[in-house]
Design a protein around this ligand. Sequence first.
Ligand code: PLP
Length: 498
Amino acid sequence: MSNLFDSHGAPGSGWSQPAPIMDATQVSLPAELVRKKPARWPRLSESEVVRHYTWLSTRNFGIDTGFYPLGSCTMKHNPRVNETIADLPGIADLHPLQPERHQQGLMAIFHEMQNMLAICSGMDEVTLQPVAGAQGEFTAIRCIQEYHRSLGQDGRDKVIVPDSAHGTNPASAALAGLAVIEIPSTTDGRLDLDALRSVVGEDTAAMMITNPNTLGIFEAEISQAAEIVHSAGGQMYYDGANFNAILGKTTPGLMGFDAVHYNLHKTFSQPHGGGGPGSGPIGVKSHLAEFLPSPLVKRRPILSTDTGAIDEQWWYTWYEPSKSIGKVQQWHGNAGAVVRSWAFFRRYGHTLEQMTEHAVLNANYLRHRIHQCAEEQGVEGEFKDGSPTGIVKHEFTLSMLPLKESKGASAMDVAKGLLDHGFMAPTVYFPLIVPECMMVEPTETETKETLDDFAEAFVKVLQVDAETLHAAPTSTPVGRVDEVYAARNLCLRHPIDD
Ligand SMILES: Cc1ncc(COP(=O)(O)O)c(C=O)c1O
């Protein structure tokens, strides 16, 4: 089957809808918005519609169809039990405007999630409002901004980021009206404390950094960095995109951070291809808590009427912190995403650190296996480590620069070549400090067999001639697209009106 809109089907309506309550011709609309002729809707039977969407779904690649080692994006298996729980009528059928007494179950989940996230990050308060990591960053930076203002330090208008930072860090700071100062990393991709010392001062609002960093390397000197920033009066912001490497082992709180975002859709599983649905809660230390966006959930014990003793029943209420920056999202954030991630969290419980251990083990195994396969095939010179050698955390980078220099095939060509082997490509060209970068994150949910297959496919791609690689992929529903043209000439609807 091809495009639904190219199929005009049999004569007739192709749909059955109740008659409209009012005659649309009686509604006065601006002339330029009124159709000149009827829309060319396709006429299709139900079975054709079902076939169309089923066919469409087979043209897509997702974590349910194959390995998706997208570095930094943490594409892991989404346990189906999460869906079952999010689909329970007491959760799925709730409307956010229902009174608190109808929402006690969902609010209990929110409260537990706030607490679990606070514990595993070493923060004091958590809001579940933001719906993306980037929105969490912006929200936390706004809280930090208001905190400085409350101390009469309005002049703190600079945010420091390392050159390995994700683009959303400087973007979030800029969106809050702050200036961004980028500091270079050391030659092995780590935080440069001297560079940091040279830029902190009375105008420092915050430093934004992720740990392990975007090369998958743990910044062992992070506490010293926090000391440098704090002694200048600034705040430390932790980009939680790399939580998969540290959960249950250490916390941003222990490292000296004041605020953090969590990407629930990464670390805590969530189908999030194509931009959603996400959830990017933030956690903060107590001095920032009164600025958090509302609403948060708190609880009080219900006293037993007989004895006056607490009988482990709780009553949950929404509340707004005293100096809240206001709302950053409608209703209560992305409630469905919170519930799914809560279910994931609960399944691990106290064994959560196993997730981290397996994620780190898988990354190190895959990196080792890629080198081993390359050596066996005599192509180890075609790439080099982008991350320093030794143990990485949950992800690693490779530089395809040698391949580009030897035969003119780029990181993008290798990425496209991998698609022809049935694998989603790793992240390419990020972080910017690694030339011809490929960033690989297998996650804890992949088997050794999958990792072995990927390593072998990767090495096979390195042996393909450049001309063939330039033309890849050839086995996917859509071949190589002109991404710049697509981004600049957005076409978001089918032209059904002509
Ligand atoms: C290191 C890092 N920080 C922040 C973000 C932003 O997260 P989100 O895509 O949820 O906005 C990402 C996303 O990939 C990331 O990799």
